[in-house]
Design a protein around this ligand. Structure first.
Ligand SMILES: Nc1ncnc2c1ncn2[C@@H]1O[C@H](COP(=O)(O)OP(=O)(O)OP(=O)(O)O)[C@@H](O)[C@H]1O
Ligand SMILES: [Mg+2]
Length: 440
């Protein structure tokens, strides 16, 4: 092509061959450059067009209304949503003062706000009415400055969303938040029920012993009473000394008198045992009130562990180490639940293992009271470590674990200003519960 043009040029007579060749090369080069520029320009043009289409489609699909204005507040561009809401055509909406698209009652405020944004270059949000065919629609309008390369204000961008929609969205958010809270407290209740079930199994088992003890002794006492009655009836009826001695021999009264004492002691021991159990239970249920009180973590651990172990089939060996008393402030019922779950988890992990042992250690660390529940079971596998505190994560068969224990316990510990963590251990699993310690 370039060659064709240069060939048509008529050569002046006084031009040397070499000069001509130079000219032709220069023309060729310039032409090639031009073609190159043209191609680049076309490429940039199509990229620009692509970008424009992209922006238009983004703006078109945004449901918020959007206006772009000049420094003077004249509408330069609007999006499709604004046209739909106002019922205006693109031509009618652009080129006029932006304030005219709003409720006359709000125009002054809007215009002041626009001036303020331009002068301070700080965005503002105001509530104004957008003029629509069916009267003003309240919208929350965000006004931002539009700056050029050198940071000078060249206009404004106004983005608005109907307030009704916002309120609705807010309301929905509130509703789902409440529903979530409801579900959560439901879960806590379920978990409580589960631990209550385990507790009751332990209670039934534990009460069985002293009660049958008391019962057997009461039975013996009844037998003795019958014998003494028979003897004293004869005394009252004025029986002679010889007869009474014989009767005493026959009824074995001397031996029964000694047995009587044992039976009374036995019955009292049994009753005391029952009283202790009831005392523990009373404390458990009273502590469920959720009030923050000062209590001894060591004592709470003792009760919690005792009750879990009573419910366990083949209970592991349990050692308690460290402090004998560790005062904390909190809800003992909740902490009880945490410890019961930790001990229950340890018991579950140790099921069927030789030499199964649980160690409960209390100590003071800085301002914190620390309880470590350690077992010599299989431990928590590496891949499960991140998940065990998630709600519903369980490796136990259906009906034996809901997977809520640790997630609820974690939450309870945090609510107390403490923490619950799985710590690295040479063997088995070690869970560390920390709670702010108190003097006492
Ligand atoms: N001491 C432990 N040793 C080994 N794995 C443990 C131990 N404690 C917890 N885990 C693992 O963490 C999982 C989650 O425990 P979590 O207490 O949250 O739920 P769960 O015991 O399965 O069920 P739930 O407590 O609701 O009855 C357990 O299923 C178990 O896999
Ligand atoms: Mg558990």
């Amino acid at each position: 092509m370039a060659r064709a043009i240069s060939d048509e040029v008529t050569r002046p007579a006084d031009f040397s061959e070499a000069a001509w060749a130079d000219v032709l090369t220069a023309v060729d080069r310039t032409y090639a450059d031009l073609v190159d520029y043209q191609e680049r320009l076309e490429q940039q043009n199509s990229e620009l067009e692509e970008l424009r289409r992209f922006l238009a489609s983004v703006l078109g699909s945004v449901s918020d209304v959007m206006l772009v204005t000049s420094r003077e507040g004249l509408v330069q561009e609007v999006n499709a949503s604004l046209l739909t809401q106002t019922g205006l055509s693109h031509e009618a909406a652009t080129g006029r003062a932006a304030t005219e698209l709003f409720d006359p009652a709000d125009r002054r405020r809007l215009s002041d706000a626009m001036t303020m944004v331009l002068s301070h270059r700080q965005p503002l949000t105001i509530e104004v009415g957008l003029a629509t065919g069916v009267g003003p629609t309240p919208i929350e309008l965000n006004i931002s400055p539009r700056l050029d390369d050198r940071g000078r204000g060249v206009g404004l961008v106004l983005i608005g969303r109907p307030v009704g929609e916002l309120r609705q969205a807010y309301q929905k958010l509130g509703d789902s938040h409440r529903a979530l809270q409801e579900t959560q407290s439901q879960l806590v209740r379920n978990e409580k029920l589960a631990s209550l079930g385990r507790l009751l199994a332990g209670v039934a088992h534990e009460l069985n012993n002293p009660i049958s003890f008391v019962y057997a002794n009461a039975h013996a006492l009844e037998r003795y009473a019958t014998k003494f009655e028979a003897y004293f009836t004869r005394v009252q009826q004025g029986a002679g000394r010889a007869e009474l001695v014989a009767l005493r021999e026959e009824l074995n009264l001397d031996r029964e008198l000694r047995n009587l004492r044992d039976a009374v002691h036995g019955a009292r021991d049994g009753a005391e045992r029952v009283r202790d159990i009831v005392e523990d239970l009373r404390r458990l249920s009273a502590d469920g009130s959720g009030e923050m009180v000062l209590f001894d973590l060591v004592e709470t651990t003792r009760i919690a562990a005792t009750w879990v172990l009573r419910g366990a089939k083949d209970a592991p060996r349990v050692a308690t180490l460290g402090e004998a008393r560790l005062m904390v402030r909190g809800r003992p019922g909740h902490i009880q639940q945490v410890v019961m779950n930790l001990v229950q988890n340890a018991v579950d992990a140790l099921k069927g293992r030789e030499g199964a042992a649980i160690t409960l250690t209390h100590r003071r660390e800085g301002g914190m009271a620390v309880l470590e529940v350690a077992d010599n079971g299989p431990g928590v596998p590496e891949e499960a470590r991140a998940a065990i505190f998630d709600p519903f994560f369980t490796t136990k068969p259906v009906g034996q674990g809901t997977g809520l224990g640790l997630s609820i316990s974690h939450k309870i510990a945090e609510e107390h200003g403490g923490s619950l963590r799985l710590v690295d251990a040479a063997e088995g699993a070690v869970f560390r519960l920390t709670l702010p310690a108190e003097e006492g």
